[in-house]
Ligand binder design. Structure first.
Ligand code: GDP
Length: 293
């Protein structure tokens, strides 16, 4: 995903390494290139601006002029500030009364149902007793898809015909409690756009059961639009984490760099393929490594 960006950044770094002592003008020229590369990768403008300002402040200061290897020092600062922008790793909050309820939210096609099954598989492999819940009564195909995925990962799927999502979730919870389920993952309805009805429905579910995690699933292929969607959801429901899907695609990748900074919501997982095992716990150091090449 980051081929172009990491190629460009490596070029900038190589040019820096060719110089011995760095002047302020050298640093500024390099940072202009870094800035352009980030903007072309579709990173949010404000995020780029802050990032460059932080790097510049450190890079033209004493840190670099006193360094034995100034270029290496600038590269180190870029790396550290990129990690700051990406934010720390954040894990699922699974401690507390059982069953823990995780709600998956997102627009249609974002990869929500796939992500629900991937996380179910992961938690099951960690010894949790998982129940998937199909809370999308409007699209029978979505229920069927969750059932198929549930079978594939060996996790039961709760469905109920003719009921609205809050009721389905409440019934699923009662069954989960009785059956010793430790984590219940609710696949909520996806819509083609952000609308009030969807938000009302998500809030109605949250009034029925205590939600431990609300994970927004967003497609990283749609660039800055992913950041806008995340902001819209965050303003209507309380999000505890993000799942960025389709990180295996050939998009420019900027959304994954700016989404945490813009929304304040931590990334918890990356979807890296269509296969059910293609899920990574979010690791900023690993992501930074891919970006910087
Ligand atoms: P939903 O409508 O949000 O529930 O989306 P789905 O889970 O049905 O996924 C939509 C499409 O995206 C399907 O074809 C999935 O196989 C695909 N998909 C989901 N996650 C990923 C991913 O991480 N990488 C790739 N390449 N495809 C994905």
């Amino acid at each position: 995903m980051f081929e172009n960006l990491s190629g460009r950044l490596n070029e900038v770094f190589q040019n820096l390494r060719r110089r011995g002592k760095l002047t302020e003008a050298d640093v500024d020229a390099a940072l202009r290139e870094v800035r352009m590369a980030l903007l072309e990768a579709d990173v949010n403008y404000g995020v780029v601006k802050d990032f460059i300002a932080r790097v510049r402040e450190r890079a033209v200061g004493a840190e670099v002029s006193r360094a034995l290897n100034p270029a290496q020092q600038v590269i180190k600062i870029v790396h550290e500030e990129l990690l700051n922008t990406l934010g720390p790793a954040d894990r699922l909050n699974l401690s507390g009364p059982r069953p823990r309820v995780m709600m998956m939210v997102g627009l249609q096609g974002s990869g929500k149902t796939t992500a629900a099954a991937k996380i179910a598989r992961l938690l099951r492999s960690q010894g949790e007793r998982v129940l998937l819940v199909a809370a999308d009564p409007y699209r029978p195909a979505a229920i069927k898809q969750l059932q198929t995925l549930g079978e594939r990962v060996g996790v039961p799927v709760f469905t109920e015909d003719g009921k609205l999502p809050p009721e389905v979730v409440q019934h699923a919870f009662t069954q989960a409690e009785k059956g010793g389920v430790t984590v219940m993952i609710v696949d909520t309805a996806g819509r083609s756009q952000l609308d009030q009805q969807l938000m009302d429905e998500l809030r109605a579910i949250a009034r029925k059961v205590t939600i431990a995690e609300t994970l927004l699933v967003v497609d990283s292929m749609i660039g800055q639009e992913a950041v806008h969607i995340a902001t819209g959801f965050r303003d209507s429901v309380s999000l505890s984490g993000l799942v960025l899907t389709k990180m295996d695609g050939d998009a420019r990748g900027g959304a994954s760099i700016s989404i945490r900074s813009v929304t304040g919501v931590p990334i918890k997982f990356l979807g890296t393929g269509e296969g059910i095992e293609a899920l990574e716990a979010y690791d900023p150091a690993r992501l930074a490594g891919r970006i910087l090449g």
